[in-house]
Design a protein around this ligand. Structure first.
Ligand SMILES: Cc1ncc(COP(=O)(O)O)c(C=O)c1O
Length: 393
């Protein structure tokens, strides 16, 4: 079978027949991307306001990215970390440029959940304590350790019991956090903006309190910037609160969609991790590292942080100004925006898709925009026009 020859019904039949029914499918098959747009198997074009759950930060089929990766494929694609690698060394020096002060050690893996697993393991070994405190509505991934920190019963219940033991406190409630953290707590794990849960930004005061509570009780503070990373006008959103966590985790956009995870932590934590205690076969391969290098340089050299922050602010303003009776609230920062409706969101997702715009849900009543940072004024205008007409229909 040649790639690209299957029609929609054949694609659907094969996927439905061979995959477990884990995902609520969106009815279309995406077969091609170009910059800010995606194309389905019938050749229909969509404005991509989701960048594949926040990963394709440079948009699709970026020529510089494609050339660099194909060159790396022809040079050396895979390489275990028991050997040194020129490309890995290059990436580590790029990461050092953007790492928060004091987070000098960097563990590379293959996904968000894996980066969280590393954070949990490192926090346990560094503190000698077993448990976590995380937030209600929080999302940290689906592997067993990360799942213990994820709050939603839909994901947790079928797989319980989960370790480590995790207490989930109300997000932004300082007193509950202070009560929950005790001498068995290895770490407080928080998203500075809750993504999957509905785009809920934490206030700088709350993050500072989390920092203080962790320090006072001998626990660590882990910031999960897997979704927020790179898309709020700076590499890390927590920087704007002036808070430095002990561990910062990112993934999604770091390599523009190439699978990668990054766990950054302090020298003190690094010293506590026994040699050989953790690792990964695929992590930090030359191919993944090259993908991340090209992405980080493009973000800087094309001025995408500042530009996307400005466009994101405009998007927030114009979405807030739509004045539809269906909209409860618009929340977010940079290119991470949630529009909470007063009704369930699925019909709106469908209607937007029918009108050629792809967005994501975030909780039952919110739709979420995670556009590629390469958007220009034209895409902002296009999105606003379609959202406006959809919400007034
Ligand atoms: C904040 C956050 N943490 C962790 C994850 C898990 O990442 P992955 O799906 O790459 O395992 C996600 C994914 O959506 C996320 O948004």
């Amino acid at each position: 079978m040649t790639v690209g020859t299957l029609g929609l019904s054949q694609i659907q039949q094969l996927e439905n027949e061979h995959q477990p029914p884990l995902y609520a499918k969106r009815e279309i098959a995406l077969v091609r991307g170009e910059g800010a747009y995606l194309f389905d198997s019938d050749g229909r074009r969509y404005l991509d306001a989701m960048s594949n759950y926040g990963v394709a930060i440079l948009g699709h089929a970026d020529p510089e990215f494609a050339t660099a990766l194909s060159e790396q494929l022809r040079t050396l694609a895979t390489g275990h970390q028991s050997f040194y690698s020129d490309v890995r060394a290059d990436l580590l020096s790029e990461i050092a440029e953007i790492a928060p002060a004091g987070l000098t050690r960097h563990f590379l893996s293959n996904s968000g959940a894996e980066a969280i697993e590393a954070a949990i393991k490192f926090a346990r070994v560094a503190t000698g304590r077993p448990n976590l405190v995380a937030a209600k509505r929080g999302y940290h991934g689906r592997t067993l350790g990360a799942l213990a920190a994820t709050a939603d019963q839909k994901y947790r219940a079928p797989f319980e019991p989960l370790v480590p033991a995790t207490t989930h406190v109300s997000f932004s409630d300082v007193d509950s956090l202070a009560t929950a953290v005790n001498d068995q707590t290895a770490a407080i794990l928080l998203e500075p903006i809750q993504g999957e849960g509905g785009i809920w930004p934490a206030s700088p005061d709350y993050l500072q309190s989390a920092r203080d509570i962790a320090a006072a009780k001998g626990a660590l503070l882990i910031a999960d910037e897997i979704q927020t990373g790179f898309r709020t006008g700076a590499p890390w959103v927590i920087d704007t609160s002036g808070v430095v966590p002990d561990i910062l985790v990112t993934a999604k956009a770091l390599a523009n969609g190439f699978p990668i995870g990054l766990t950054m932590f302090t020298e003190a934590i690094s010293t506590a991790i026994p040699a050989g205690a953790h690792g990964t076969t695929f992590g930090a391969s030359p191919l993944a590292c090259r993908a991340a290098i090209v992405t980080l340089r493009a973000l800087r050299e094309r001025d995408l942080y500042a530009r996307s922050a400005a466009l994101g602010a405009e998007l927030m303003d114009r979405l807030s100004g739509i004045g539809s009776p269906k909209v409860r609230q618009v929340r977010g920062r940079g290119m991470m925006i949630g529009v909470e409706l007063k009704e369930r969101v699925t019909p709106t997702l469908r209607a937007l898709q029918e009108r050629g715009v792809l967005v994501l849900p975030a909780g039952p009543t919110t739709f979420r925009l995670l556009p590629p940072l390469i958007w220009e004024q034209q895409q902002v205008d296009e999105l606003i026009a379609v959202v406006e007409s959809t919400l007034s229909a």
